[in-house]
Design a protein around this ligand. Sequence first.
Ligand code: NAI
Length: 406
Amino acid sequence: MRKRILLLEGIHPGAKTRLEAAGFSVETEKGGFEGEKLIARANGFHAIGIRSKTKLTVEVLNKLPELEVIGCFCIGTDQVALDHANEIGLPVFNAPYSNTRSVAELMMSEMVALSRQLADRTMQMHKGVWRKSAVGSNEIRGKTVGIVGYGHIGTQVSVLAEAFGLHVLYYDIVKKLPMGNARPCESLHELLGRSDFVTLHVPDTPLTRGMMGEAELRAMKKGAYLLNASRGKVVDIPKLAELLKSHHIAGAALDVFPAEPASNDQPFVSEVQELENVILTPHVGGSTEEAQEAIGQEVSESFVRFFNSGATTGVVNFPRLDVADPREFPRIVNIHKNVPGVLSAVNSIVSEVGANIVAQNLATDSRLGYLIMDLGVADQAALNAVADKIGKLKTSIRTWVLNQSV
Ligand code: NAI
């Protein structure tokens, strides 16, 4: 049977194209649904693709028994009851890295804009003020950028920054291989004291919350610039405002804030409003059409891989298994409760019918076990018998067969 996939909330059309090319039946909706309406619309689909508005709650998930996989065509996954999805054997995929390049490009443009006070100049021009001067305007070539968090975005910034002629320093809690001529710093304070631009690309963790507090902001070179497109709570905004007013920090570009309006209808309030040489953007670092398209491709690929091979590469709430598509042999996939004795029960069933385990992959988390097994079996009846018996084990949550023909 062809798998049926429902894509909600105007997911990029490239996703439908990709999924149809892979042989799935796809329906799309421009908007989202809630509660009973969502259940009625999604009923009978094997996969659902959502963005940030559709709430897949415990109640909704319990009423969608055909559902096998969820795709969040965005970064965040808070809109899904992740723990419950795990408990009932539903993998959830997202697209955390599709907008990496978009953020990195924005950072580069903002370094130039801060160095040339572009935000202030353009505001003045719109108000009829002509202020032609070179004072305080600089090229970024030959300056030093300090990248805090040398992950997907940090390393992209590193590459682009070198192409602009900047010297690159970075600091990460994990030892990272430098790109090009970038140099690691032993400590955050070392980086802060040596950088003309400090750009933050860390995740939101207990360690990073408040990471740029008063001491760190004061440790920045006088006249340096701060850029933050990571998470709002990383920077102490009231302290930053003080140091901008005293001109210890020469400017800032902020895309994320400790408290962000929940929708475009709500006002934005911050201590840094109206300050000189401060660029403020509404969390749009990763919001480009290219990123939307890439998100569509990334999550579609996860669906295709999952349905064709059982692979859960990049899943957020489920044991990860990165396996290739089955080729010569049929494959049994089994999601089970992670309790003692499951594997030996499965292996006894296989040996009872005289089948041979060609490949066996198991990944577990605290609740679930995820088993992918390629079998050499004599005939279809033997394969069906194995799948049926494994499916009937008390520990099994869901069992299915891929590459059926023996
Ligand atoms: P990533 O996970 O690839 O990289 C994060 C890096 O930070 C890792 O190398 C990690 O080891 C490092 N790190 C963690 N804790 C640290 C600490 N205490 N000190 C120094 N380094 C530390 O993440 P990615 O994709 O590069 O994203 C970075 C940030 O950008 C995330 O907070 C993400 O939410 C945000 N983001 C913002 C967007 C926007 O629209 N403004 C769009 C995309 C991501």
